[in-house]
Design a protein around this ligand. Structure first.
Ligand SMILES: Nc1ncnc2c1ncn2[C@@H]1O[C@H](COP(=O)(O)OP(=O)(O)O)[C@@H](O)[C@H]1O
Ligand SMILES: [Mg+2]
Length: 265
């Protein structure tokens, strides 16, 4: 698998076609459940398996992908389109945040503009050749995720939830939305499922029991992983070092990558 070579995009070059093998999106019923973190874990693990990976941060108003990967550089412009900067392990990352003058500038836009930006992202970015593009969707089941589901040819989605999220049935809304749009649901990931006491190893269900996920399972979608609350992981993400993190959560995430590779090929 050759690396995507940014140097190829010179002025002489005609606009090349992106060659993207598969597109997998990460969705959630609501924000704050770890959708971006799961996007980061999936991209990292696919890259470790030797695949050429890109991450498209489609969460225009709440972008956090560059921070997770510690990417700060602005995309270089080329006739072929903006070039996604690369992370330390060679993942191609594109986020609207990288195009803003300051990373903490807010994007104060209404729906149609956001939809337009997402479409342009999909059409204009020069990804080159990728095996997998992982898309961090905007949270929820509103306008912005709908735009992505409609305009990007997805091979499948992973739905992320947390125990307290499930209580509100929002995850089932997400499942129904994907179903209505005939999008292949690869499976669910329950994040922040429990906390393991570092002293005695006891599992504490911080957000209560996970009864509701069983109901979602009854809808016919497998729960691929139940991930613990992991302080070290949160800290690594804050430092922009998600790719370096080697804690338990990485191992617990492995079945998700396995299922993606098994079903989207
Ligand atoms: N399993 C976890 N253990 C500890 N912290 C987590 C875990 N998953 C996510 N976080 C933290 O929770 C916050 C929200 O996660 P994020 O991935 O940004 O959510 P979303 O994209 O759904 O809004 C972040 O600070 C992240 O580092
Ligand atoms: Mg996010």
């Amino acid at each position: 698998m050759s690396q995507v070579n940014n140097e190829k995009a010179t002025n002489e070059m005609p606009k090349p076609d992106n060659q993207i093998g598969h597109v997998v999106a990460v969705m959630s019923g609501k924000g704050g459940v770890g959708k971006s973190s799961i996007t980061g874990l999936l991209a990292t693990s696919l890259a470790k398996e030797g695949y050429k990976v890109g991450v498209m941060d489609a969460d225009i108003t709440g972008p956090s992908i560059p921070k997770l990967f510690g990417v700060k550089e602005k995309p270089e412009m080329s006739p072929a389109g903006p070039l996604p900067p690369k992370t330390v392990t060679g993942i191609n990352v594109m986020s609207f945040n990288l195009l803003l003058p300051n990373e903490d500038d807010p994007v104060i836009w209404r729906g149609p503009l956001i939809g337009g930006a997402i479409k342009q992202f999909w059409e204009d970015i020069y990804w080159g050749e990728l095996d997998y593009l992982v898309v961090d969707l905007p949270p929820g089941t509103g306008d912005a995720p709908l735009t992505v589901l409609q305009s990007v040819p997805l091979d499948g989605i992973i739905i992320v939830t947390s125990p307290q999220d499930l209580a509100n049935m929002v995850v089932r809304k997400a499942v129904k939305m994907a179903n209505k749009m005939n999008i292949n649901i690869i499976g669910l990931v329950e994040n922040m499922s429990y906390l393991e006491c570092p002293d005695c190893g006891k599992k504490i269900n911080v957000f209560g029991p996970d009864k509701a996920i069983e109901e979602t399972e009854k809808m016919g979608y497998p729960v691929l992983a139940k991930l613990p609350l992991d302080q070290g992981f949160a800290e690594a993400c804050d430092r922009g070092e998600i790719e370096k993190y080697k804690g338990d959560i990485v191992e617990k995430f492995a079945p998700v990558t396995k299922e993606v590779l098994a079903t989207v090929k």
